[in-house]
Design a protein. Structure first.
Length: 106
C-alpha cells in the first residue's frame, strides 16, 4: 500500500479553502507544494520551527522549514507520492495552523 494517495486538483482546492494564508505552488510533472510564510521575529520563528518539527516527528511527515530574518516559510509535499499533495500535507498544515496563534505567528 502506498504511503499516501495523491489528491485530485478539486480535492486539494477544497482542503486549501480551509487553510487561509496557505497557497498551492505548482511544480513540474504534476508535482506541487503547499506553502505558507509566517511573519514573526527571528527567535520566536525558530521556536515555532522546533514546535513544528515535533509535530512532524509525531506524524512521520516532514516539511521544508526555511528560517529567515523575520519569517518562517513552511513548504509541504509528499515525496513518496511523486511530489504531489496528499491528505498528509493538509493534515500537517492544519496542525501547524492550530499552534500558530500560540507563537504569535501571522
Amino acid at each position: 500500500m502506498p504511503y499516501a494517495e495523491p489528491l485530485s486538483s478539486d480535492q486539494a482546492a477544497a482542503r486549501l479553502a480551509g487553510l487561509p494564508g496557505w497557497e498551492v505552488l505548482p511544480g513540474g510533472d504534476g508535482a506541487a507544494s503547499l506553502r505558507r510564510v509566517y511573519r514573526l521575529a527571528h527567535l520566536p520563528a525558530a521556536i515555532f520551527a522546533l514546535h513544528i518539527a515535533g509535530i512532524q516527528a509525531e506524524l512521520d511527515h516532514h516539511s521544508e522549514l526555511t528560517l529567515g530574518y523575520d519569517t518562517l516559510t513552511v513548504a509541504l509535499t509528499t515525496h513518496a507520492a511523486g511530489g504531489r499533495l496528499t491528505a498528509k500535507d493538509f493534515d500537517l498544515a492544519a496542525r501547524i495552523e492550530a499552534i500558530a496563534p500560540a507563537h504569535s505567528a501571522a
